[in-house]
Design a protein around this ligand. Structure first.
Ligand code: ADP
Length: 202
């Protein structure tokens, strides 16, 4: 790493389909925020490379990529952005979407990121969630969203492996946002939760 200090970061947390990507894309347009979605980082890998193939072997089944590999790909991506002059930790706060997704990833990232806030996008209505994911599969080319069994598996994996990540952070860092409302309402509540957590340097 070029800099030994941990990168300031905000976590966008929630189950698949909770709207992390939608919120992240909008908030990532703010001057001091850099939105990084782990799923997008994986999908941008060369599909014919060993890592690209390994990613597909997990994601098409609705499974998580192994922790060490995930954190390695993440760090490599961030370091690449830094070398390219597209990320400056003194100026940007990372808005992380989809990482860390396991307690092990929290540990592996402990010295890499400094978590300023965890925004938890909460969805109570499971049927609405499945409908949302099915609709997304039709719109975007997401083989991992195409089958109901895969969608259900991803929700189970979230409940089993990802939800415990919340307990790994102090309660005072966690902001709960109702994600069962129109995207603009979610955006308002997320923005409210982030005021004061982001560097103001321009
Ligand atoms: P969603 O937002 O619907 O959960 P993503 O686009 O974030 O989906 O991720 C797609 C796939 O990429 C996941 O199903 C998983 O296989 C892999 N993936 C993304 N982030 C991680 C992570 N932090 N750890 C392990 N695997 C990941």
């Amino acid at each position: 790493m070029n800099d030994t200090r941990p990168y300031p970061a905000i976590l966008l947390f929630g189950c698949p389909g909770s709207g992390k990507g939608t919120q992240g894309a909008v908030l990532g347009a703010m001057p001091n925020l850099l939105h990084l979605a782990m799923g997008d980082i994986f999908r941008a890998l060369d599909k014919t490379s060993d890592i690209g193939q390994e990613f597909l072997s997990y994601s098409t089944k609705g499974l998580l990529v192994p922790d060490e590999l995930t954190v390695r790909v993440f760090r490599h991506h961030v370091e690449g952005l830094m070398s390219a002059g597209r990320y400056d930790p003194a100026y940007h706060t990372l808005l992380l979407d989809g990482i860390p997704r396991t307690v092990k990833q929290v540990e592996l990232l402990q010295s890499v990121i400094e978590v300023k806030r965890v925004v938890y996008l909460m969805i109570e209505d499971r049927d609405a969630l499945i409908a949302r994911l099915t609709k997304r599969a039709a719109k975007s080319n997401r083989p991992d969203d195409a089958q109901r069994s895969v969608i259900e598996n991803r929700i189970l994996v979230y409940e089993r492996e990802t939800h415990p990540v919340l307990d790994a952070y102090p309660k005072k860092l966690i902001a709960r946002v109702n994600a069962d409302q129109p995207p603009l309402g979610v955006l308002r509540d997320v923005a409210d939760a982030l005021v004061g957590c982001v560097s103001a340097k321009i």
